[in-house]
Design a binder for this molecule. Sequence first.
Ligand SMILES: [Zn+2]
Ligand SMILES: [Zn+2]
Length: 253
Amino acid sequence: MTLQTCNPLTARFWFNLRAVVNWAVVIIVFIPLVFVLQEIFPYLTADVIAVAVTFSVFFFVLHKRAIGIECPYCFRHLATNTPWMCGYKFCRNENVDDYPFIYRCEHCGTEPKSYKCHHCGELIFFTNDRQKSNYATFISSSANLPPPVPKPKAPSRWAKKVAQESEQLHDLSHELKVTQLKGDIHEAKARIQPQKSEKELMEESLQKFYDRSVGAEEAGRKMKAMVDVECANNPDARERRHAIIDAWVRERI
Ligand SMILES: [Zn+2]
Ligand SMILES: [Zn+2]
């Protein structure tokens, strides 16, 4: 129920003052009512009736009364307890007795500075700064729903191929870098290590020569054993192959 229609610029002020005005109305109704009733009924009955009437007026008429405003463009009446959507985060406001669009958003706390008239579509300003963005709107107005979020497009085959190649290139260049770094680390470590003495170098050289010669001799022996099996019935072939193996071993020791 709209009992009060005011200028949009003063609507928020009157909404904030709603409770005070209601109490003032109740007192103004109650006092003369008590006096009138006391002339007709016994005092106690008059008081009970006056309290009941005042109580009903307060809770059923005044308590959640809506403030009305008049659109300055189409001059039509707007009840401010119309369900509305805040223009900042697009919150739905349906608890409009306590959070009408002239007050603030119940969810994000934004105070709308204007409302798009649901009769003519013009912006009705509640403050003098006449901000034209983030205005409140009538909730069932499909034209004012938040813009749909576009679905991300599926990548084309070409885009997939390019992405794959780019990933491979990235992996390979990463591997190359790691290998180069490992080589650099190895070289740096070798430079840090103390130089070996002549004696140590000789020992190392001898160890290598010994390992190589013994290895060659061992390999020759194994190969000869295999040849013995393969050429068990062909002594000429066995001799020739043994000679080949001996030549190879001699070259390496
Ligand atoms: Zn909001
Ligand atoms: Zn209008």
